[in-house]
Design a binder for this molecule. Structure first.
Ligand SMILES: [Zn+2]
Length: 90
């Protein structure tokens, strides 16, 4: 099943952690600290240039390992709310 880009509340799905936390383009996801970046998400290379200073691939791996895109950002993130979870987990 293809996940929708937005949920019923109109929130955009974070490409990194999969939770519906984004309200605007260039928002920072409060669950994983990924900054919404079409450029980085679509190219998905080792490009660690702005805005996230880390590649999308690495950010996703770190989220699975630490619960944030970088270990040092772990204190800044929070657990997803129930209404933010992707359908498969909600
Ligand atoms: Zn996220």
């Amino acid at each position: 099943m293809e996940l929708k880009r937005t949920n019923k509340f109109g929130k955009i799905r974070c490409a990194c952690c999969g939770c519906y936390t984004i309200t605007e383009i260039a928002d920072i996801c409060e669950v994983c600290y990924w900054e919404e970046s079409i450029y980085q998400e679509e190219i998905n290379t080792e490009d660690d240039d702005a805005p996230n200073y880390i590649s999308f691939k690495e950010a996703k791996e770190n989220y699975l390992k630490f619960g944030a895109i970088k270990l040092e950002l772990k204190s800044k993130v929070r657990e997803p709310n129930v209404d933010e979870l992707p359908p498969s987990l909600g």
